[in-house]
Each structure stands twice: as structure tokens, then as C-alpha cells.
Design a protein around this ligand. Structure first.
Ligand code: HPA
Length: 269
């Protein structure tokens, strides 16, 4: 299986990327343009890297961009693979493990999510403190070896979260905290599922991030994650959630989110 990681690393080396920086950010909905902030950047399309997930969702580019933001070299994953695209919970395995193999240590995940807290008006920003895997699958299924029995007690690193809060404070940005529940998608949840999610302890629902955190923890990396609440979860407000609304509210948060990321990079990279 690591042959694909070797092949991906070779493809990146062929583009001049012999090593990757210690910090990478996965840019979710609305944040793709952040990759344009990187100066002296090398950008490689996922289609040119074996095993990387070529996105099938509108609004998600598929490029790895490596360059300097705030004078620090960072890797920006512009777009991600989702479980719901091909039924593959390991969609991000090669991308994450190649990052690790070439020097990666810290992964910041960003996403759009439905909010369960009525006080969090879209597009609020929320640092994820923990997750609930409600998908019925796991990206490590079928992966032999004791290393797959990964503890997830400290999956979302407290030190990194403190840096996110420092970055938020420095920019006068309100940053909430909450538990993210992973639903497979691509259909949105029912109101009954959202009531169940609330009883089970969720503050956010979404269709990504959790498998990436599990893969990154298995690979020995530190993780942090931030959601932009693009809508009230199903049944909490009048209308239906939609992909268009998700994109629109994610875009509305983009300036604020990008300021947060720039400050975090100064703190953490
Ligand atoms: N549910 C699941 N995923 C989402 C949502 C939602 O309400 N909003 C944005 N991503």
C-alpha cells in the first residue's frame, strides 16, 4: 500500500518538492482562494499525483500548493476527497501519508458544517474539540497491524487549539468550540437525526474531516480543525440546507477565516 505513497512522493519530487513544510492546511468550502496567498508557490494538481483524490464536487479544486504565507512555508491542500464521492473513507490516505513522509508534522483541517447551537449565526467559526464518528465506517478498516489501534483521546491537539484562540483574539474574531459529528452524506440529515445528534453531544454536523483526523493520528501527526457554520442543522430553522447555501455562507466567512489562518500560521508554522 505504501507503494502509492512512494509514487506520490516521487511525483512531488519531480516538481521540485523534495520536502514538505511541517504545517499543512486542508482548505474546505469557500477557503480555496487562500492558496492564492502563498508566494513563491509550487502548485501540483491532484490529478498529477498518484493516489491523490481528484475532486468530483463543484466548488472544490484539487491542488496541492506549497509556498510562503506570512513568511512561513506551508502546504495547502486546496480541496479534499470525501467518503461520499466514491464510498472510500480512505480518500485522503495517500495525500496525508505523503505529507507525513515528506516532513509533515501538523495538519489543520477546515470545513463547512451545519450548526446545532441556535446562538451560532451562520457564518460563525468553531474550533473542533472532539468528534463523534456517526458514519459507520473508518478509514483504517482493512489496514493490518497494531498501529491501526489508534487512540483518539487527544485527537484535536490542545496546544494547537490554544494557538487558534490566540489568533482569533488578536484579530477580534469570535471563535466558538464544539464537537463535530461525521455523517457520511451526501444527503443532508433529517430533523430526527439532528435531534439524535444533539442528544449524543454534537454541536456541528458535517461530511468530512473525521476520516482525515483518524488517518493523520495514525501517521503520528498533530491535528486541529475549524468549522465554518454555513447553516442551522436540519429542522432547527425554517428552510432546507443546500449545497448552494453552504457555498454562499462559506464565502461570506472567507475574509475572517483567512485572517484567522494567517495569524495561526504566524503562531504555529
Ligand atoms: N450537514 C452536513 N454537512 C454540512 C452541513 C449540514 O447541515 N452544512 C455544511 N456541511
Amino acid at each position: 500500500m505504501n507503494e502509492t505513497v512512494d509514487a506520490a512522493a516521487a511525483a512531488l519530487r519531480a516538481k521540485g518538492l523534495d520536502s514538505l513544510p511541517p504545517l499543512a492546511i486542508v482548505l474546505g468550502s469557500g477557503l480555496g482562494p487562500f492558496a492564492d496567498e502563498a508566494s513563491a508557490a509550487v502548485a501540483v494538481s491532484y490529478a498529477d499525483i498518484p493516489g491523490f483524490p481528484v475532486p468530483s464536487v463543484e466548488g472544490h479544486a484539487g491542488r496541492l500548493v506549497v509556498g510562503a504565507v506570512e513568511g512561513r512555508r506551508v502546504a495547502l491542500f486546496q480541496g479534499r476527497g470525501h467518503y461520499y464521492e466514491r464510498g472510500d473513507a480512505k480518500a485522503m490516505r495517500v495525500a496525508i501519508e505523503t505529507f507525513r513522509a515528506l516532513g509533515g508534522k501538523t495538519l489543520l483541517l477546515t470545513n463547512a458544517a451545519g450548526g446545532l447551537n441556535k446562538d451560532w449565526l451562520p457564518p460563525s467559526l468553531v474550533a473542533i474539540t472532539d468528534h463523534i464518528n456517526f458514519s459507520g465506517t473508518n478509514p483504517l478498516i482493512g489496514r493490518p497491524g497494531k498501529d491501526s489501534f489508534v487512540p483518539l483521546t487527544h485527537a484535536y491537539d490542545e496546544g494547537l487549539r490554544a494557538k487558534l484562540h490566540e489568533a482569533a483574539r488578536a484579530n477580534d474574531i469570535e471563535l466558538h468550540e464544539g464537537v463535530y459529528m461525521w455523517f457520511s452524506g451526501p444527503s443532508f440529515e433529517t430533523p430526527a437525526e439532528i435531534r439524535a445528534a444533539r442528544i449524543l453531544g454534537a454541536d456541528l454536523v458535517g461530511m468530512s474531516t473525521v476520516p482525515e483526523v483518524i488517518l493523520a493520528r495514525r501517521a503520528g501527526m498533530r491535528c486541529a480543525a475549524v468549522s465554518v457554520v454555513t447553516n442551522f442543522a436540519a429542522g432547527l430553522a425554517g428552510g432546507d440546507p443546500s449545497h448552494e447555501e453552504t457555498q454562499e455562507y462559506a464565502r461570506l466567512a472567507a475574509d475572517r477565516f483567512q485572517r484567522l489562518l494567517r495569524s495561526f500560521i504566524r503562531e504555529a508554522a
